[in-house]
Design a protein around this ligand. Structure first.
Ligand code: GLN
Length: 489
């Protein structure tokens, strides 16, 4: 078997068992990067030398018995909005083109301490705003299943890297679907944890009340292993939760007997691609055959999720992004007259169109004349959405639905109509508004040859139920990965 086809956990087992070395694994994946990266452009930065050096050190520690966890020796990729000391972190924006952090985000640090080897930083929508990875200042990432299609976004680089086997697994971030939707488009597995589970320290903020870092991997077992490493309480993040139970791999059992699964009827109606609907129905059937109790229900308020999300996310973004002003870090315009002109020119030149749209929208909904009408109303809507989920979880262990209404659109199609693009987030954003865990699991391929993802949503802190359901479903399907051997087709 090709090393590159291994899952992260399997790879680490082989390394710890002495069959392979961390250096060999790193060389294999760097080789894959050099042969296919030109076709897909998953990375903004690849640090070959550093990765190899780290692999040597990790190998020594494994030999000495100092590293024995499930990720020891595994080469990983990190989304470019997660700070890495000494390694450029751009958020795929011009405004941070030269930003080299002086510290490492807690999540990235946890991975390194677990013996993972950092290959580099993955491409994304600028500041994680978008659903296609086309708003990156550093060029688009292409979908490894078909390079004429987008990988999804905003963690498109991380998901495409895992699909193209340019990394064994990766970190993404999810504010309104950015781990789950590109995972679905790239045929990989992505998990957005309960808010507060993974520290946001060192994650460059988009919408702070919604942002969560999470794993992107080849299968559910890898996601569970990654989450175990990531779910640590961090005093540096005031929203970090000290979780009692973080044995996520314990949920990797193929047993859904008696599990109550609800399918929101509102998720299965208008706007949903018939092939995606069929995949969800098929998944439901398979889980039912294994003993789960599956039924449809009215989640309600679904039509308000997008407007509430875009108001809240943009409001928080407009405030979070005010720090990029040409003074403290990053890009500064060349010619200016006075301080105000410098701010204005730096931000006009440094931010892309989508980011500016969000800053303007956010500043507008927070302005004194409109605060009550938009921002406050959105916060109230968010509270109601949370209540609707609370009611649902009185009856169900997990919710099953589509991850996205369609499979990956063609490159260049989505940005023509941003409002239409926002509607594609319909099944993912409410999970962030309510702070819940959600996971996208690949399930089937459409008639264009593109992967379909189904989504499991759990109640707060119930990742184990999500993992159990996802794992059970995964065991019933064929292994699906794109063929990248032809050098990007
Ligand atoms: N597509 C959504 C947005 O543009 C979600 C992005 C995300 O989760 N970071 O805001």
């Amino acid at each position: 078997m090709d090393i590159l086809d291994l899952t992260a956990v399997r790879l680490s087992e082989k390394i710890k068992g002495g069959e392979l070395s961390a250096v060999e694994a790193t060389k294999a994946v760097l080789g894959q990067i050099s042969s296919v990266e030109d076709h897909y452009h998953c990375y903004v930065t690849v640090e070959e030398e550093k990765a190899l050096r780290q692999a040597e050190q990790v190998q020594e520690k494994i030999k000495a018995g100092e590293l024995s966890g499930p990720l020891a020796g595994v080469p990983v990729a990190i989304k470019d909005n997660i700070c890495t000391e000494g390694m450029r972190t751009t958020c795929s924006s011009r405004i941070l083109y030269n930003f080299i952090p002086t510290y490492t985000a807690t999540a990235a640090k946890a991975l390194k301490e677990a013996g993972a080897i950092v290959l580099g930083k993955t491409n994304m929508d600028e500041f994680a705003m978008g659903s296609t990875t086309e708003t990156s200042y550093y060029g688009v990432t292409k979908n490894p299943w078909n390079p004429e299609h987008v990988p999804g976004g905003s963690s498109g680089g991380s998901c495409a890297a895992v699909a193209a086997r340019e990394a064994f697994c990766a970190l993404g971030s999810d504010t309104g679907g950015s781990i789950r939707q590109p995972s679905s488009f790239c045929g990989v597995t992505g998990l957005k944890p309960t808010y507060g589970t993974v520290s946001r320290y060192g994650l460059i903020a988009y919408g702070s009340s919604l942002d969560q870092i999470g794993p992107v991997a080849k299968d559910v077992a890898d996601c569970a292993a990654l989450l175990e490493v990531l779910a640590v309480h961090d005093p540096k993040d005031s929203t970090s939760v000290r979780r009692e139970e973080t044995d996520f791999t314990a949920a990797l059992v193929q047993d859904v007997k008696g599990m109550r699964i609800g399918i929101p009827k509102d998720y299965m109606g208008e706007g949903l691609d018939p092939q995606v609907r069929e995949a969800v129905e098929q998944a439901a059937k398979v889980l039912e055959e294994q003993g789960a109790i599956v039924e449809g229900f009215d989640l309600s308020l679904v039509e308000y999720a997008i407007p509430a999300y875009y108001v809240i996310a943009s409001a928080e973004a407009s405030s979070n992004l005010s720090r990029f002003d040409g003074v403290k870090y990053g890009y500064r315009t060349e010619d200016y007259e006075g301080l105000h002109n410098m701010y204005k020119k730096t931000r006009s030149e440094g931010f892309g169109e989508e980011v500016k749209r969000r800053i303007m929208l956010g500043s507008f909904v927070l302005s004194s004349g409109y605060y009550d009408a938009y921002y406050l109303k959105a916060l109230r809507t968010k509270a109601l959405i949370k209540q609707a989920f609370d009611r649902a979880f009185e009856k169900y262990d997990v919710i099953l639905g589509p991850t996205a209404p369609t499979t990956a659109p063609r490159l260049g199609e989505s940005l023509k109509d941003p409002l239409q693009m926002y509607l594609g987030d319909i099944y993912t954003v409410s999970v962030n508004l309510a702070g819940l865990p959600g996971m996208s699991v690949p399930y089937g391929i459409d008639d264009k040859g593109l992967p379909i993802g189904v989504q499991f949503i759990g109640d707060a802190f119930q990742e184990n139920k999500v993992i159990r359901a996802g794992y059970a479903l995964e065991q019933t399907r064929e292994w699906q990965m794109p063929d990248t051997k032809k050098g990007g087709r």
